[in-house]
Design a protein around this ligand. Structure first.
Ligand code: UD1
Length: 340
């Protein structure tokens, strides 16, 4: 298939581009580069030997989307990664989040329809399960969010589902990501956050490298086995492969279907810290601090539906996640900036 990746120069998009190319698909990327670098796609080419055409443009603008659809041969499917994704920022700039993340989907669906493209895979998030306390989380559990970023994922799921019900030609797969970490084992591509990272693994990497001077574990009084939060960390290459399976499913099935992409294993923040130390022969002298606002104690997936229907499951373990994350960090201390 020929697949358009919106936001394909980013962390998950670039890893998915590698998996798609390795599976024999053709890839084209539309990205406004607001939180990504074109260098990631040059690295994808280095890994796979395939060039990835990049259209620099914004997914909210139909004319930019048209440029992507007019570039080369027919696009069979879209994987829609593009979007703003910082939880804290979404609380202070809700209108930007709602308008950007929803407009992108509206424009995309219109341009897809106009160009006779009927398959879309959407990047959603486990954040749509809100404050559910029953674990592991299953796709049919109640949803609801605690911040505007999460609501944009929730609303986009709604929009896509309604459109799939109305249009018999539309095939929608919604993927709810848990906590993607790690990097391609080549160390060529990985997570490259702007400024001080919010998420645990990129923070740990920058702390271990000496770039950040202190590392605080946010809260040790949660009702968990060691008092720290529990998450379902998944290797980004496993997540990327989940998209290849989702695409095969979208090509064949009408309507809208939702899948968790997680491992089904919950690891605590402390377990991650210790696994990182062990995998990389390092020490991480952390301190405990207060809870981070908005954090829930435990969140991990029931991944059975993806296994049963998509024939996909995560294969890589915690050690690989920690090793590959650190390999990327040491090989690219400044991310893609200053890359050669
Ligand atoms: C966060 C987002 C979620 C998004 C996901 C993408 C929030 C509240 N949620 O999930 O919407 O989909 O990233 O991967 O931001 N931690 C520390 N010290 C640090 C950094 C993090 O102890 O320096 C802790 C956090 O408090 C949390 C755990 O590590 O308990 C995981 O945090 P993070 O990596 O930000 O992921 P989520 O909060 O699960």
């Amino acid at each position: 298939m020929r697949v358009l990746l919106t936001g394909g120069a980013g962390y998950i998009g670039s890893h998915t581009a590698v998996s798609l190319l390795e599976a024999g698909h053709d890839v084209i990327v539309l990205d406004n580069l607001s939180n990504s670098s074109p260098e990631s796609l040059r690295r994808v080419q280095r890994i796979t030997g395939h060039e990835v055409p990049l259209i620099i443009g914004d997914c909210t603008r139909q004319e930019d989307l048209e440029k992507a659809f007019q570039c080369g041969s027919r696009i069979d499917a879209v994987i829609h990664f593009a979007g703003l994704k910082a939880v804290g920022e979404s609380v202070s700039m809700p209108l930007d989040y709602y308008s950007n993340n929803l407009d992108a989907t509206f424009s995309l669906l219109r341009v897809m329809k106009k160009n006779g493209c009927g398959a879309i895979v959407f990047s959603s998030s486990a954040t749509v399960y809100g404050t559910n306390e029953t674990m592991p989380l299953r796709e049919d559990f109640p949803t609801g969010c605690t911040n505007p970023y999460g609501w944009t994922k929730w609303m986009n799921e709604r929009v896509l589902t309604d459109c799939a019900h109305a249009d018999p030609e539309l095939r929608v797969v919604i993927l709810r990501y848990f906590n993607p970490v790690g990097a391609h084992p080549s160390g060529e591509i990985g997570e490259d956050p702007n400024g001080i990272p919010n998420n645990l693994m990129p923070y740990v990497c920058q702390f271990a490298s000496g770039k950040l001077k202190t590392f605080t574990v946010n809260g040790n009084d949660y009702p968990t086995r060691d008092g720290t939060c529990i998450r379902d960390f998944i290797h980004v290459c496993d997540l990327a492969e989940g998209h290849v399976s989702a695409l095969a499913y979208a090509a064949e099935h009408r309507g809208a279907e939702v899948f968790n992409l997680g491992t089904g294993n919950g690891y605590s923040v402390l377990e991650i810290v210790h696994a990182f130390e062990k995998a990389n022969g390092l020490e991480l002298p952390f301190r405990f601090g207060p809870r981070r606002a908005g954090d829930i104690a435990v969140c991990y997936a029931n991944p059975e539906k993806a296994e049963r229907v998509l024939h996909w499951h995560a294969k890589r373990g915690l050690e690989e996640m920690c090793r590959d994350a650190w390999h990327w960090q040491t090989k690219n201390p400044n991310g893609f900036r200053g890359a050669q």
